[in-house]
Structures are given as structure tokens and as C-alpha cells.
Write a protein that binds this ligand. Sequence first.
Ligand code: ADP
Ligand code: ZN
Length: 737
Amino acid sequence: MTDDSKSLFGELFQPPARNVVPVLVPMPAPTAYSYAVPPGLTVEPGSIVQVPLGPRQVIGVVWDGGEDKGVDPKKLREITKVFDCPPLDGDMRAFLDWIAAYTLSPPGYVARMALRAPAAFDPEPMIEGLRFSGYRPEKITPAREKVLALTADGLSWTKSGLAHACGVSTSVIDGLLKQGVFEQVFLPPPPLVALPDPDFAAHRLAGPQKEAADEILAMQRKGGFAVALIDGVTGSGKTEVYFEAIAETLRQGKQVLILLPEIALTANFLERFQDRFGAKPGEWHSDLATRTREKVWRQVATGEIRVVAGARSALFLPFENLGLIIVDEEHDPAFKQEDRVFYNARDMAVVRARIAGFPVVLVSATPSVESQVNCLAGRYERIHLPTRFADAAMPDLHLIDMRRHPPERGGFLSPILLRSVGKAVERGEQALLFLNRRGYAPLTLCRVCGHRFQCPQCSSWLVEHRFRGQIQCHQCGYHEPTPNACPECGTLDHLVACGPGVERIAEEVERHFPDARTLVLSSDLGGVKRLRLELEAIANGEADIVIGTQLVAKGHNFPLMTLVGIIDADIGLSNGDPRAAERTFQLLSQVTGRAGRTGRKSLGLIQTFQPQHPVMQALVSGDASAFYEREIVEREKAQLPPYGRLVSIIVSADMRAEAEGHARGLRQAAPQESGIMVLGPAEAPLALIRGRHRFRLLIHGRRTNDMQTFVRAMIDRGPKERRSIQVQIDVDPQSFL
Ligand code: ADP
Ligand code: ZN
């Protein structure tokens, strides 16, 4: 139609209705917003787009759902841009919808987790390269000859790559370029990691490992959704077994995701992967440089990266063709995100696999009660590896009853532990002393007036960090120089440290072993880079005595470590958490499991005031199953997860009364439903964080109850949320503080 005809028929023809699509934007709105698709743009569900939102432009994703009949497209704002990248596929969208519904989170916030690398949505720029044009220059030098010889085959090079390969300076190449020896070409950006080869260097699996791998293989070949739990002691070869599952998925041409807690610190995992598959996996965690993140995101979407090893947020990467998820250390609390969208990556991995129809492998030496119950119920398949590989013995574990073998005054290490540390050092071996407390002392007080140093914004004590000369809040990071005088009574030099932190243990160790090389490993003592170096140094035997918080517990392999001492095994037992016993057992098993991984005879000493406690007995008897059986019976009796369901709601506000009032209002709004009980509101154990007062409600239901509908009803019928109020919903909570 010409312009003329348009004006002619203008009266008769309505312009075609503009297409209206729902777009999820990163906002706490309950549904997607409608946007108009301007002529010239095409979108489909999953397209990543830029849209105006208020005065800003934001990134959003076109969602499913038909046209909203009630809206007049003319009144809608238009999509500004469609990014040139693969749309989020239907499985991914279904997954995000599922999480939003289950965790009671705004779908826009959930979608945002899948859009965490903004610049990745545009294709990576091509890079400039050179190719031999066929023209040979008249003047030939030896340097030029080298370059010509290498490029004669007509393949493309980057300038710097060519100079490097020939061992000449780039000016040589510039000279040739000027004379027309090369033509310019554009090369696709290089892949971040090479392709892993499933048959690069497989280990021969030992008997039980082989059986385990075969079971998983059978599951994979059958196809479809299934969950296996590899339950095997540290060093039994769980990693070897799941490497075989990864190889199988690679052979099927599909991608693999390995979820690991603290991936940033497990450099040796990446190396091990490379030894097995000839290439590193793509890495994904919060310590990646932005550019690298964007590349990973993009190359996962295009399928160039076949295997990703990542932290929990890697679940939201836009895999082109995901075929397997491994969740290593599946019991680890680090898989729970407790910020904005509260989710457990282990559970969501299972959901993602169910939606897309592929297998998941959970892995742990101390599986969560949840996963064990799922095995008992036949929902997951349990694969058991009861012994260490190659007859490496488990460490010999003993309890030290601190009532009978107290440390000397002012100390925290019993004479038995000190003696064993001395012997290990004499033998040229390493000792690890574990205490899950950063800093020097968890509490500082004035000996004269009893004043305790408390955070001005939180209900927590300030922790002394002597290395840095500060007292610090571990909730909000508030810190101040350690004072000389008590701010209450003014007395000088009368502040006392109460209780131990790793720095204080180091002081005690240095007093007893002045010649030993002592190293404190704690997340506050340096960034990821430094910690990586220190972990490497330990593995290389460059320290004799290591004093560490839980970050030493995770997956590291220290060949010389033959003694592990637990300074205070009772720490986590009495904190009101229904999983306290389970968590303590898991953590202490993992820490003591660091000893003797490479065949040396090894020892674990556990300092406790409660040697009769079932956790302590389970640790030393090596009989985890009796402990778990009891835990499971008790959970069932109390209808605690996984037999019952919990949802926690935290209401916070600047004013205490406001927080409490809102929490009460929610409680009153709770519908009547058989099986569901609302507990509280009660002031949270951490009653104040960053100046906000916190009240807690706990909703307890049966396995069969629909908790989400119940909670939604509470929120909908409850008091209107004012700006000053924040309501956090945590489905399946792990933290009760
Ligand atoms: P887990 O994951 O259960 O802690 P790993 O897979 O890390 O156990 O195995 C412990 C150690 O034993 C590793 O150094 C690993 O390379 C070695 N290992 C285990 N199985 C084999 C095998 N079949 N062949 C060679 N080395 C093995
Ligand atoms: Zn604080």
C-alpha cells in the first residue's frame, strides 16, 4: 500500500491492534506488567527485553499468558529493545514460576535471578584478526620469515597471538600489515573454556564405586527425571563416581551443572575436573569479574560451555540443553539463600530436573535428614559407599571430656590435645584446630563495671579482632577501634576478652609451640584470592598448625594433615534450631574427615562438655545410621520437616511497636485450617539488626497442608503493609534467629 492509499482508506481501516505482551520486570509486583510491542520488533515468551519503568529503562523478560483484554494498547508503554540472545526456554520459565509460587516471592524478583549478567544479552563483539593475503613482501628479515611461514596456511590469527607464537614484536607484524601482506578478518570471541572430553582420563573405579556408577548410569540411560543420593564417607570416591555420570551426560550431548558450596575456594576441584576431562568447567560464583560472568552466561546459553561448576545461583543460568545436575555436599546450609527470594538450591535443583525431565545426583558424606527420608520413602535412590578408597583408614576419633581434662587457666586446649599437636608437628605432619568463631573473643567486658560491648544497631555483642585492633559486629559489620578505657566507668586497661575465637587459639598455640608455623584461616582475614593461596600453602605443607573456621571444612585435600582437633564441639548444640544436632554432626564429621585423606594414620580429638550427647557418640562410634534413625524418629514425632512443614515470617520495622503490631495483625488474619498452627509473634532471638526491630511468626503444618495458600491468605487479609514495614517469608526455614 502506498502512502496515498493509506490516507485514502484511513477512515475505513483501523491500524492493526498493537501486540500486547506481559513482561516480568525486576519489581516486587505480584504479576507481570503489560507492554506494547512496537512495529518492527518481534518477541516471544522468554525474550529478554528492555522496557521503560517509571523514569528508568530496565531489563525484563516476556512472559507467558495471553493478551490482556482489558487494556488499551495505546495507553501502554512500548518495549524499547529486544536483545539478540536466546530467549529463556519454556522449562526455565516454568521453573521460575514454580519458585515464585513456592517461596511466595514476587515473580519479577525470581526472574531477575535469571538475568544477572545484563551486558551478556548483546552478542559478544567479534575480535580483529589477520590472515595472509597471498602477497609476499620484497624485503625479508628472519623475523618476517618466521611470521610468513606460520601464516602461509591461510589460517587467521590475532595480532598479539601471532607475535607471541613467532616470538617477534608486534611491530614486525604492523610492518607487514602496512605492506598488504595481511588482510583483516573478524574472529568469533574465543570460548572461555575448552570442550571437556568424557574419555580424557577416566580412573578405573574400585568395586563398590563401579557398582555405584553403574546404578547411576542405568538411571541416566533410562531417561527422564530421577534422583540419586550418593551417601559415602569422605574419601570414598563420591567425586569419582559422579564424574562418570557427568561423562555419560556429555556423551549424550547435554550440559551439566555441578553445584558446590564455597566454589570460590575449591580451586583444587577445578583442577581435578581438568585432570579427568582435559578442560576446566565454566565457573559461576559471586567473585567472578563482571566480564567473565557475562561470558559465562552467554556461553552457557549458546551451549559453548558444557559443564558449569557453580554456587547456588548457577541454577538460574540459561542452559541450552541441561541434562544433569550434581549437588555436592547436598546437606550444606550454604545452599539456602536467605535474602530477597528465600530458596534452597538443593531442593530447587530437584524441581528444575523434574520440570525438564532429567536426573539429579545429590552427594554427601552426611546427607540431610530430608534426603534420607526421601530415600526411605522410595522417592530417591540411595547409593552407598561405606569405605574410603584404597583402604585409607578413617581417622581414629576420640572425645576429650573437658570436665575431666580441663585446659590450664586462661587456655582452651586440653593437655591431651596439646600433646597430640606436639607429636604431629614433631613427625612433620599437620594439625588442624577447628573453631567456628572468627576474631579473638566473642565478647568483651569491663572487669570493673561489667559493661559489655554491644553493637549500637544490632542485638549482638561486639567481637574483638585483635589482629586488626577492632571490635566488630558480625551481624552488620559495624566496627570501632578497640578502646583502652571502658566507655561506662572510664577505667583504663580493664577490658577482658571472654571466650575464644580463632585468633585467641592461635595465641595459645604460639605460646606452646613457638617454633611451629601457625596459620589462621578465617573468612575475615583476606579476600578469596588470599584464602585460595593459603589453602594451597597448607596443601603444600607450608604450615604446621592450622587454626580455622568452617571454611577449612569444605572439600579440601590436605595430604599431610593427620590430626584434627575440635576446640568446642558443643557450640552449635543449643541454639534453638530443630536441626542443631544434625548440623553439628554434619559439620564435625566434615571437619574430622579432613584428616588422613591420603592414607596416613590419622586422629581426630573432639573437646566436649557433653560426651554422652548422641551427636558425640555418633561421631566416635562411626555409627551414623543409629544417630540418623533417632533423628528421623524424633522429627516424625514432632512433625518437623520433612514430616511437617514450616514457614517463618519475620516482620521488621524501625519502631519496635510497629513491628510487633504488624506481626500481631498477621496472626489475627490467619485463617482456620486443620493441621496448621501459628506460633508467635515473638521477638526474634536477633531482636535488632541494623537498627530494625524484628518479630517472628512460625507457621507449622502437616506435610499435606497447603502452606502457601494459608500464608497468602494471612498476608492478603492482614494489615496493609506500610513502607516502613518489611515482611520476609521463609518457606522451609533453616535459620531461626
Ligand atoms: P569423596 O568425594 O568421597 O570425598 P574422592 O572422590 O575425592 O572422595 O576420592 C578421594 C581420593 O581418592 C581422591 O584423591 C581421589 O582421586 C582418589 N580416588 C578415589 N577413587 C579412585 C579411583 N578409583 N582411582 C584412583 N583414585 C581414586
Ligand atoms: Zn551490628
